[in-house]
Design a binder for this molecule. Structure first.
Ligand code: FAD
Length: 389
């Protein structure tokens, strides 16, 4: 395995001017400090609660680094600049914590509108949605728990199913692939069942719908094996987005409070082994599944590249996509793109206050796993040194 591809900082940061690099260094220096992140997170939440003027500080710093802008129009320059370097974008309109039918309908319409806007644009081949942005969290939980729903809840659930179909059908009509995000364990069973229903309905001629598999869950390899076994002869194909998982600390707390066995692997190493197994499974069933490998982990990306070569799969085969979040791991994204692999960045957009939970997750993630943020810092510094020599 050639492990030098992601070392090229000239390609990685071609889009960034020096002051962008200095800003990023400043930001990563802050978010690598767990205690500081904790204090700043609480401060931000309190200031937003009391409507104190913090939005402009966020907008000029962490928001600017990880998000595209408030409206799609604000994201256009980033989208076209990245596309010039062969990197696609996935527009993610982030809204979290919605809780009434009206807001779920609006959110569904927003996804449809995004599909309409991006369907003509080769730079944006995927759309994405978070299931609990179009249905109540508590309802997903009740369905996942197998609870008998009341009449009102049944109607509410039927609205959720209709919204799923509406988005996926619209994606099919417009030939835009759609990624369904994975969420907390307590709501994921209902999401998986709906996602499977969508794949059966819309992944016939080509793969439109991708469900997300979180490999920090120790039960997911069995789940994947069962799907491949149960549907080996069926007419539809699978689409999977592979991730490690973003809610580890919350999951452990939920399991402790709920007095059930944590769904999360007991160590990072166990998660990594699971992730490797999932990649192997994808290649084993490559005829039956397209996949999107969503990770900032260099080893995982190298592993996929390696297996593509071994299996004689072309770099630009539509069956395999790579993806990172905007603002992270440019060394992976832009170097993959320079070699002709399909690669896309998730580009969140929307009002600053809507994106606060997303930004907090990014900050906490970077402070929890020193490895990744230190890597970002060392690459940024390496590029500044290269430019000055
Ligand atoms: C394009 C894209 C889309 C994404 N979509 C989703 C999504 O829909 N749902 C979602 O949940 N996440 C999503 N994520 C986030 C993802 O799940 C990870 O949180 C993030 O990418 C970090 O993992 P990694 O593989 O990049 O890096 P790594 O640094 O290799 O791994 C970090 C991850 O390893 C796991 N881990 C760390 N320590 C331990 C431990 N002690 N025990 C067990 N496991 C551990 C955690 O999952 C942690 O996030 C997405 C990420 C990307 C890039």
């Amino acid at each position: 395995m050639n492990k030098s591809l992601f070392e090229n900082t000239e390609v990685a940061f071609k889009m960034k001017k020096n002051f962008h690099l200095y800003n990023a260094i400043f930001l990563f220096n802050i978010i690598t400090k767990k205690i500081l992140v904790g204090i700043l997170t609480n401060l931000t939440i309190t200031m937003l609660k009391f409507r104190l003027p913090i939005k402009w500080i966020l907008k000029g710093t962490i928001y600017k680094h990880f998000c595209g802008g408030i409206h799609i129009a604000e994201c256009k320059k980033i989208i076209s600049d990245m596309y010039k370097m062969n990197v696609c974008s996935i527009l993610d309109y982030s809204v979290e914590g919605l809780n009434n039918e009206n807001s779920f309908n609006n959110s569904c319409e927003k996804k449809i509108e995004i599909i309409d806007i991006v369907s003509e644009n080769d730079a944006v081949p995927f759309a994405v949605f978070k299931p609990t942005s179009i249905g109540r969290y508590g309802l997903f939980k009740a369905v996942s728990d197998g609870k008998k729903l009341l009449k009102d809840e049944e109607d509410e659930w039927s609205n959720v199913v209709t919204r799923f179909h509406k988005i996926c059908n619209h994606a099919l009509i417009n030939k835009t692939k759609i990624l369904i995000d994975a969420e907390e364990y307590e709501v994921q069973k209902a999401i998986d069942e709906l996602a499977l229903e969508m794949m059966k309905s819309y992944n016939k001629e080509y793969v439109i719908v991708y469900n997300t598999i979180q490999l920090y869950r120790w039960d997911r390899i069995d789940y994947l094996n069962k799907l491949f076994k149960d549907y080996s002869k069926s007419k539809f194909n699978f689409g999977f987005k592979l991730v490690r998982g973003a809610y580890m600390e919350k999951e452990r707390l939920l399991a402790k409070n709920g007095n059930y066995k944590s769904p999360i692997c007991s160590s990072k190493n166990e998660t990594d082994l699971n992730f490797n197994k999932a990649i192997d499974l994808m290649f084993k069933h490559i005829k039956k599944a397209d996949f999107f490998i969503a990770t900032h982990n260099e080893f995982s990306n190298y592993k996929v590249i390696d297996l593509m070569k071994k299996n004689e799969i072309k770099n630009n085969s539509d069956k395999i996509w790579f993806g990172q979040l905007y603002g992270m791991s440019d060394n992976i994204t832009f170097n993959l793109a320079s070699e002709g692999y399909n690669v896309a960045k998730i580009l969140p957009f929307g009002p600053v206050e809507n994106l606060v939970p997303y930004l907090i997750r990014r900050a906490q993630e970077n402070s929890s796993f020193q490895g990744q943020s230190s890597r970002e810092l060392s690459l940024l510094k390496k590029e500044l040194i290269r430019r000055s020599s």
